[in-house]
Design a protein around this ligand. Structure first.
Ligand code: CP
Length: 330
C-alpha cells in the first residue's frame, strides 16, 4: 500500500500511481463504512479547505463541504464573482495567499483552454495541495467515485466493458472532463472501454493516447466507435452523457449546429436492452431528463446514479485525508 500522498495535488488521476489510487479506494470504502456505523473519523481536525468556484455546482460543493465537516475540519465556499479576481488577483496570488490561509485549495474552473492552466498556476504558487473540482480537461473525483461505484456493483473491474458515450443535450455545451477522466482511469483498472461519439466530438488526442497506453499496460482495451446502438451491445456499464464539440470548434453557433444533428442519441429502455441484462446505467448528473436519458432509465432498476453521487463524498474524503492530513508523508 502506497501512503505517501501528503501535500500532493489531485488535478488528474493520471499523475497518481496505481498504488496510490488503490489506497484512495481502500480508504474511501473504510470511510463509507465508518459513516454508516456512526464512527467519528476526524482526520482533518483544525484543517481548512478553500473551495473556489468559477462555475455552478450541486454535488461537488455539497460533498466537499460535508466531507470536510465529517473529517473535523472546515470548508470555505468562495464564489469567484465575490472575490477580487475580476479586479486583478492573479492565479499566483491566489496560490501564494490561500496556500498560507488554508490547508487545501479546491477549484472548479471549466472554461475551455483556461481552467486546467489556472489550476496549474495556483498549484505552482501554493504550499497547500490543489484539488480539482472539475476543470476543462479533468474531473478526477467524479471518475474515482465512478470507479468505487463500479467495484461495488460489478466487483473486479478487470475485463468488464464500460461504454463511455456521448449523448444529446440541449441545455448547454457540457465540458468533456468526465469522459476524459473515465477513459484515463478505467483503462488503468483493466476495463474494456468503448468510447462512443459522433464525428467531430473527439476528446483531446493526447488524452486518448494516454488512455490507449494505460489499456496496453493494464491488459484492457480502448475502442473508439461512432455507432450509439453498437456501443450498448453486451456492455456491463453504460455511461452516456453529453459534451460539447470543443476540440473541433469553440464557435457557439457551429457547436449548436453539430449537436442538433444527433437528437436521437438518448439512452432509453430499448438501448439499455441491448446491453447485458445486469448492466448498470451511470451519469454524473445533472442530466437533461428525457433528452439525454429517459426518466424511465434514470429512475429505473439499472440506474445507480444516486449511489454514484454518494460516492463523491467518500472518495473526496479519502483524497483530502491523504493529501491534507498529518499522517506520515515524505
Ligand atoms: N457531477 C457533478 O460534478 O455535479 P455538480 O456539477 O452538481 O457538482
Amino acid at each position: 500500500m502506497q501512503t505517501n500522498m501528503r501535500g500532493m495535488d489531485m488535478i488528474t488521476t493520471q499523475e497518481w500511481t496505481k498504488d496510490q489510487l488503490d489506497t484512495v479506494l481502500d480508504i474511501a470504502f473504510d470511510l463509507k463504512k465508518k459513516r454508516a456505523l456512526g464512527i467519528p473519523h476526524p482526520y482533518l481536525r483544525d484543517k481548512t479547505l478553500a473551495m473556489l468556484f468559477f462555475f455552478s455546482s450541486t454535488r461537488t460543493r455539497g460533498s466537499f463541504e460535508a466531507g470536510m465537516a465529517q473529517l473535523g475540519g472546515h470548508a470555505a465556499f468562495v464564489e469567484s464573482r465575490t472575490t477580487q479576481i475580476a479586479h486583478g488577483d492573479t492565479a499566483k496570488e491566489l496560490g501564494e495567499i490561500y496556500g498560507r490561509y488554508f490547508d487545501g485549495i479546491a477549484i472548479r474552473h471549466v472554461d475551455w483552454g483556461v481552467g486546467n492552466r489556472y489550476l496549474r498556476y495556483v498549484a505552482e504558487a501554493s504550499r497547500a495541495p490543489v484539488l480539482n473540482m472539475q476543470c476543462d480537461l479533468y474531473h478526477p473525483h467524479q471518475a474515482l467515485a465512478d470507479l468505487q461505484t463500479i467495484i461495488e456493483k460489478k466487483g473486479d473491474p478487470r475485463g468488464k466493458t464500460i461504454t463511455v458515450s456521448w449523448a444529446y443535450a440541449s441545455s448547454y455545451q457540457k465540458p468533456l472532463s468526465v469522459p476524459t477522466s473515465l477513459i484515463l482511469l478505467m483503462t488503468r483498472y483493466g476495463m474494456n472501454v468503448r468510447l462512443v461519439h459522433p464525428p467531430k466530438f473527439d476528446l483531446p488526442a493526447f488524452i486518448v493516447d494516454q488512455a490507449q497506453e494505460n489499456a496496453r499496460r493494464a491488459g484492457g482495451s480502448l475502442e473508439i466507435m461512432d455507432d450509439f446502438d453498437a456501443g450498448f451491445r453486451d456492455s456491463d456499464v453504460i455511461y452516456a452523457k453529453s459534451w460539447g464539440p470543443l476540440v473541433t470548434t469553440t464557435d457557439f453557433e457551429e457547436s449548436k449546429r453539430l449537436i442538433e444533428q444527433y437528437k436521437d442519441w438518448i439512452t432509453d429502455s430499448r438501448r439499455m436492452a441491448l446491453a447485458k441484462p445486469d448492466a448498470i446505467y451511470m451519469h454524473p448528473l445533472p442530466a437533461d431528463r428525457d433528452i439525454e436519458v429517459t426518466t424511465e432509465v434514470l429512475e429505473g432498476p439499472q440506474s445507480v446514479v444516486y449511489d454514484e453521487a454518494e460516492n463523491r463524498l467518500h472518495v473526496q474524503k479519502a483524497v483530502m485525508a491523504l493529501t491534507m492530513g498529518n499522517g506520515w508523508g515524505p
